[in-house]
Write a protein that binds this ligand. Structure first.
Ligand code: G1P
Length: 293
């Protein structure tokens, strides 16, 4: 496969499941411990070697663009106060100059449409797609594992991160059918967006990390509305599967669906428990809240 240089982050969603918190603030800026969700996902992409970060935004999302810029007054104040650690943290989190691009999804027509809105910025090369609702807690992240797996596959392979969920939960996700193994990955036989449990080909769901070939864009341009009346990426991937192979990778690490309240709260607890500066006090507090001795 050609080197993977660019990643798309769809951040135009309205975040209605977190109202009123997301009335004026993008859901991607909700903090997990002390970092916004989008920062974790951008960090995962950087760690995997991505060089160009493309955000598909919408109205009310300009604070995401500000987040990935320098904040001169803040830096000056921290510097005057000798807060070197805080300054180092801010510069560590910042993608380099000229490595971010922002484009807008003008109407909320679904994930497939959001991805298509980035076509001019991607051009004719494979790209990564990371959905910021999903965090994967693993020292290397999920995308780096997918890139490793892709190296063993055909040059025009599309790769999707998948994980098992209880069968009753499949209807909230895209679901894949499982074919023969190839290295760490397996051939995907089917893809269905938000199936009824009885119609699901397995209990392996699409987790929100993709490596896709640029031929997806022409298919997205023609894609009709599917589940939920939206232009679904899964439906366009099914079309692309007629001419290119799709593989699934069961990645290592724990995922959190931060698009749901329980997933978001669990992520906060799990990421805090992984932090030496917070975990000991948090453990005590959780025990107290649960009424344990
Ligand atoms: C999207 C995808 C779905 C995938 C999910 C992962 O759904 O369409 O295939 O399983 O993300 O979070 P959404 O959450 O946008 O409804």
């Amino acid at each position: 496969m050609k080197p993977l240089r660019k990643a798309i982050f769809p951040v135009a969603g309205l975040g209605t499941r977190f109202l009123p918190a997301t009335k004026a603030m993008p859901k991607e800026m909700l903090p997990v411990v002390d970092r916004p969700l989008i920062q974790y996902v951008v960090d995962e992409a950087r760690q995997a070697g991505i060089e160009h970060f493309i955000f598909v935004t919408g109205r009310n999302k300009s604070v995401i663009e500000d987040h990935f810029d320098r904040q001169f007054e803040l830096e000056l104040t921290l510097s005057e106060r000798g807060k070197k650690d805080d300054l180092a943290l801010l510069s560590r989190d910042l993608p380099g100059p000229g490595t971010t691009s922002f484009t807008r999804q003008q109407s909320p027509l679904g994930l497939g449409h959001a991805v298509w809105c980035a076509r001019e910025l991607i051009g004719n090369e494979p790209f990564a797609l990371l959905l910021p609702d999903v965090l994967v807690q693993h020292p290397r992240g999920c995308l780096a594992q997918m890139i490793d797996a892709a190296r063993e596959l055909d040059g025009n392979a599309n790769v999707i991160a998948v994980e098992e969920v209880p069968p009753a939960s499949v209807s909230s996700y895209g679901v894949v059918g499982v074919g023969p193994s190839k290295g760490k990955a397996f051939a995907i036989t089917k893809m269905v967006e938000k199936p009824k449990p009885a119609d699901a080909p397995s209990n392996l769901i699409i987790t929100g990390r993709y490596i896709l070939q640029p031929e997806i864009f022409d298919l997205l341009a023609k894609q009709e509305r599917g589940a939920g009346g939206e232009i679904q990426l899964t439906d366009a991937m099914l079309q692309l599967q007629h001419t290119q192979p799709f593989y699934g990778l069961k990645f290592e690490g724990r995922s959190f669906d931060c698009g749901s309240k329980i997933g978001f709260l669990s992520a906060n607890v799990a990421y805090a428990l992984a932090r030496d500066d917070i975990a000991p006090a948090l453990r005590v507090e959780i025990k107290r809240l649960l009424g344990d001795k």
